[in-house]
Design a protein around this ligand. Structure first.
Ligand code: BGC
Length: 457
């Protein structure tokens, strides 16, 4: 199936995202020693990737509107490749920081362009699963990074291999995307109707091609040209809030405290041997990968909202239990902390992990999808940075239990938000979603729905 191939290929961008954000936690100590930079220097090296990602995400809407979705993914692959090689051969720490910013820029680009590309190319009935493949790749990337860190742990120069290995995935992504088609919706937007029809014919059953094309054309013709200022049109307000809040919720419910600091948490919970803590971290990574399969299977059957609600309830309960674990010592503390942390990761992996990317890629109308996704994703990276920078200080100021209960409270508030504000988008075409949420301003909802219905008839 062409569309599955395309989703897997573009999903490789997720592999690089996961690998490059995950790998640094294991190599930090060695970089600190080699360049003799101290804790602050190391913090700069580590956060340079997040800084690059924030800028990358912010400009992707503009880039993907100029060189296309496929072009943006290709550019990301190029940056990943250059950044990986430059990191591996970095002669000085300043050079390394610049190389990590370049890699971060690639991650930022990927995090907007890949879900956008997959979403615009997918048939409605499978869009949730196909965009979730991207999250699946992120989780594989994080797991592989943990294993590679372990493998090169004993070599002084092993960190160069750790950082350089991402080049291989970047090369595969670049070669694959070179032969992939452009997003049909982007082609329509640029007036390249025949090309769009050709791509839709590859992606959809023959009977749906003309109706879908007509539907996309009709919506684009009723929308204004998309600019950043259009984001603040009254008709878009509700969905803009949904995207931005859900992007922030994905981070402020604490996932990266676990992904970046799981060994620290396990050591604090009394798992004495640090190699046990590392293997517990590998187990967390593996559970994260496997539980994402639940979302791939159910996101288009049960819908986005039920998975989000079940996941958030599970996250709140397991964070509550994790907080309780820290009230005890010895075996009770370590057993309860491992079980609750695993449960938390499972619940994130089938809900907020994939579904935030799915939602952000489908709730905006075509003309503003670029800037709107850029804004939401930039908020996601900024929130990621804030959580990463504050977690250890929160632990010291509030203690472990209160810190995890704080994240649990954010989960509870998020449930209320999801129930009251997030639309269900399962099975609808992107054009129907825009019409249903009222975000295409003057467009008549029935026009979009009629077109999509015809297409399916
Ligand atoms: C988040 C990342 C996180 C990862 C964990 C992604 O969806 O955006 O911040 O590290 O999931 O699996």
């Amino acid at each position: 199936m062409a569309v599955v191939r395309i989703a897997i290929l573009a999903g490789l961008g997720g592999l690089l995202f996961g690998y490059d954000t995950g790998v640094i936690s294991g190599v930090g100590g060695r970089i600190e020693t080699v360049f003799d930079i101290g804790d602050m220097g190391l913090e700069i090296v580590v956060s340079s990737v997040l800084g690059g990602a924030i800028i990358g995400a912010l400009v992707t809407g503009w880039i993907a509107g100029r060189i296309g979705r496929r072009g943006a993914v290709l550019l990301a692959a190029l940056l990943f490749g250059i950044g990986a090689i430059a990191s591996a051969f970095a002669p000085t720490v300043e050079f390394l920081v610049v190389a990590r910013v370049v890699v971060g820029f690639g991650i930022g680009l990927t995090s907007v362009a890949v879900p956008m590309y997959i979403s615009e190319a997918s048939p409605p009935a499978r869009r949730g699963a196909l965009v979730s493949l991207y999250q699946f790749a992120i989780t594989i990337g994080i797991l592989v990074a943990t294993l590679v860190d372990e493998a090169f742990n004993d070599y002084a120069d092993g960190w160069r291999w750790d950082l350089g290995l991402a080049f291989a995935a970047a090369a595969i992504l670049a070669i694959g995307m070179f032969n992939a088609p452009e997003s049909p919706r982007y082609l329509v937007q640029k007036g390249r109707i025949d090309n769009a029809r050709g791509v839709l014919a590859m992606l959809l059953p023959a009977g749906e091609v003309d109706g879908t094309l007509e539907d996309i054309r009709r919506q684009i013709s009723v929308e204004s040209e998309g600019h950043w200022r259009d984001l603040f049109a009254p008709a878009l307000k509700a969905m803009l809030i949904v995207g931005v809040v859900m992007a922030a919720v994905q981070q402020f419910t604490g996932i990266n405290t676990v992904i970046y600091y799981d060994t620290t948490i396990f050591e604090r919970a009394g798992i004495a041997d640090s190699s046990d803590a590392i293997w517990a971290a590998v187990a967390v990574g593996a559970v994260n990968v496997l539980a994402t399969l639940i979302a791939i299977r159910y996101v288009d059957r049960l819908g986005r909202k039920p998975l989000l609600i079940y996941g958030l309830i599970g996250m709140a309960v397991s964070l509550g239990a994790l907080g309780v674990a820290f009230l005890f010592d010895g075996d009770i503390a370590s057993t309860l902390s491992v079980i609750s942390l695993m449960a938390y990761v499972i619940c994130f992996a089938f809900s907020l992990g994939p579904i935030v990317w799915v939602l952000i890629s489908e709730i905006y109308p075509q003309q503003v999808r670029g800037p709107a996704m850029s804004l939401a994703t930039t908020v996601n990276w900024l929130s990621n940075l804030v959580v990463a920078l504050t977690f250890l200080s929160l632990l010291d100021a509030l203690g472990e239990s209160m810190t995890f209960w704080l994240y649990a409270a954010i989960c509870v508030l998020s449930i209320v938000f999801v129930v009251t504000k997030v639309p269900e988008t399962k099975g609808k075409s992107l054009e129907e979603i825009a019409a249903d949420t009222g975000s295409i301003g003057g467009a008549s909802p029935s026009a979009g729905e009629a077109g999509a219905a015809e297409a399916r008839a």
